[in-house]
Design a protein around this ligand. Structure first.
Ligand SMILES: [Zn+2]
Length: 154
C-alpha cells in the first residue's frame, strides 16, 4: 500500500475513494493519481479539478500543527528563523507535498505563531529550533494525535 507512507490522519485527508480518475488541484496544481497527491507535470490524460487536502485545510483555516514561538531572538535573528522554517517546509515537501506552512501570525516582536497543514511539519520545525538555539520545546498532541500544539520558548 503506497498510502502507508502517510501517517493516519494525512491518509484519511487524502480521501482517495472519492477520486476515481486523475485530479488536479486548482490552487497549487498538485496532481492526484495512483492514490496520492504529487508535484508533477499536468497529465496528458483527462482530469478534473479537485482541491488538494493542503489547500483545503488552508482555505478552511483547519491546521494540523500550530507552533508557538516565543523568544527575544525574534528581535535579532528573525530572518534566520524564517529561513529555518522555509527550509524545513521544503524538506517536508520532498516526502509529502501536502505538508505546508499555511500562515504565520506575528503576535508581537517576541512572539509568532506558525500554522502548518499537518502536525508533522510544525513538530519538525519545533525540533529544529530547539536543536539550533536550545530553549524549551513542548509538544501537545490532541484529538487522538490528529493535531499538535507546539510551544518553543527561549
Ligand atoms: Zn492544492
Amino acid at each position: 500500500m503506497k498510502n502507508n507512507l502517510y501517517p493516519t490522519n494525512e491518509r484519511s485527508y487524502l480521501s482517495s475513494k472519492k477520486h476515481k480518475g486523475i485530479a488536479v488541484c486548482p490552487e497549487c496544481h498538485l496532481v492526484f493519481q495512483n492514490g496520492k497527491w504529487a508535484k508533477t507535470k499536468l497529465p496528458d490524460k483527462e482530469y478534473y479539478y479537485h482541491m488538494c487536502p493542503a489547500c483545503k485545510r488552508i482555505k478552511d483555516g483547519y491546521f494540523g500543527g500550530i507552533l508557538n514561538i516565543k523568544t527575544n531572538l525574534l528581535e535579532t535573528k528573525k530572518e534566520e528563523i524564517m529561513n529555518l522554517i522555509k527550509n524545513k517546509e521544503s524538506q517536508a515537501q520532498v516526502s509529502n507535498p501536502l505538508r505546508r506552512v499555511g500562515k504565520i501570525e506575528e503576535i508581537n516582536k517576541d512572539e509568532m505563531v506558525v500554522y502548518t497543514t499537518f502536525e508533522h511539519l510544525a513538530t519538525s520545525i519545533g525540533k529544529a529550533l530547539k536543536s539550533a538555539y536550545k530553549g524549551n520545546l513542548e509538544i501537545q498532541y490532541r484529538e487522538n494525535e490528529k493535531s499538535a500544539r507546539i510551544y518553543w520558548t527561549k
